[in-house]
Design a protein around this ligand. Structure first.
Ligand code: PLP
Length: 380
């Protein structure tokens, strides 16, 4: 058995998605910017994909721009809006993904903005009273706070954050990379100006994502050239990726309730088995609280042990794929800025198990058995 539990890093491609993409790899090769028939056919596929994504978010097609993934979309939201609107302040939290933190820190370093960090508690819960204070003190602010944390799984109340931002006329971006395709988003109910998606987090292809920009806001381009994507993001479109993204999102939303129940069941099983098999096991952040964390992510904090440093390596040898920190630094045990910000004990190793619809209860049992074996005291 091989137990793949690194779905917050990336998910396997759904065969139904591959089927939808195949004609655009094998038959429909026209350049979507060309005016002839083969070009127009491919253009139509991109616009249909845009309509599908927009419909699923209750947005307008013109509010969706396709990108190379979540990182690029986060960069667009930060650089594009701060520069276009001439904003001088930004608020974020130390728990954000580097795709948000690094662009904001680059803008701060360049002297374009003053960056303010929101306080949080040891479980990673954001201090919304502090947000209100910061917003009251800084007019015309860019706020970037994620919907769910990729390392510890904490869900943030983006409806409440959006309300506060609206009251203070702030521009609100939320990194929804870990929740698009796993939760429903209705941009008519949310007060956010931007949100982002990445296809490979919901069984779509890698290297494609999207940025939602609320109508009325215009971001400045980061990539200049052929004026594709309404001149926001130039370059010939990743056609089969875009078609795959839309199909993957359609399937994810269609089957959401069934998959959520299945994956939540796997997570509950993980928690119960880990508690039974490993003494002093703990869970980081709100990871073990079902209504406050992603049903797809379980961040496990393990008691200090001589095997801690080689834990992921040993799990890999035992045919269990997991991650030690952020999805994007998957495989690296050290250096999680999120765990550091939470003040986590550096002597305790963290393993993040992230699940998808394709996992089974038998895989959960196998992964826990392998992990427990590594932690069992060696008896002569
Ligand atoms: N934001 C979050 C919360 C993520 O988890 C990730 C990837 O792990 C990204 C952004 C980056 O997405 P992408 O891999 O599509 O660039």
């Amino acid at each position: 058995m091989y137990a793949y539990f690194d779905n917050a890093a990336t998910t396997p491609l759904d065969p139904e998605v591959l089927e939808a993409m195949m004609p655009f790899l094998s038959q429909h090769y026209g350049n979507p910017s060309s005016l002839h028939g083969p070009g127009r056919q491919v253009r139509a596929a991109i616009e249909n994909a845009r309509k599908t994504v927009a419909h699923l978010l209750n947005a307008a097609p013109a509010e969706i721009s396709f990108t190379s993934g979540g990182t690029e979309a986060d960069n667009y939201a930060a650089f594009g809006s701060i520069r276009t609107l001439g904003l001088r302040h930004a608020i974020t939290s130390p728990l954000e993904h580097h795709a948000v933190l690094h662009p904001l820190q680059a803008l701060e370093k360049a002297g374009e903005i003053e960056l303010h960090y929101l306080r949080h508690d040891a479980q990673g819960k954001l201090d919304l009273a502090h947000l209100e204070e910061l917003l009251a003190a800084q007019p015309r602010t860019f706020v970037s706070l994620m919907h769910a944390n990729n390392e510890i799984g904490n869900l943030n109340d983006i409806e409440a954050i959006g309300e506060l931002c609206a009251q203070h006329e702030a521009v609100f971006h939320t990194d929804t990379v870990q929740t698009i395709g796993h939760y429903r988003h209705d941009v008519q109910k949310l007060k956010n100006h931007f949100l982002v998606g990445s296809a490979h987090k919901f069984h779509g292809p890698k290297g494609v994502g999207f940025l939602y920009t609320r109508s009325g806001l215009q971001v400045s381009p980061l990539i200049h050239g052929g004026a594709q994507e309404r001149n926001v993001r130039s370059g010939t479109e990743n056609v089969y990726g875009i078609v795959g993204l839309a199909k993957a999102l359609e399937i994810a939303i269609r089957d959401l309730a069934t998959h959520q129940a299945h994956v939540q069941g796997l997570k509950d099983r993980f928690i119960a088995k880990l508690r039974a098999e490993i003494d002093e096991v703990q869970f980081n952040g709100c990871s073990a609280i079902s209504d406050q964390s992603l049903y797809t992510v379980l961040s496990v904090s393990l008691p200090p042990s001589a095997i801690s440093e080689m834990l992921l390596f040993n799990l890999d040898i035992s045919k269990v794929a997991a991650s030690g920190g952020s999805a994007c630094t998957s495989g690296a045990q050290a250096g999680s800025h999120v765990l550091e910000a939470l003040g986590a004990d550096p002597d305790r190793a963290t393993v993040r198990f992230s699940m998808s619809k394709m996992n089974t209860a038998a895989e959960v049992d196998y992964a826990v058995e392998q992990l427990a074996k590594l932690y069992r005291p060696v008896t002569a």
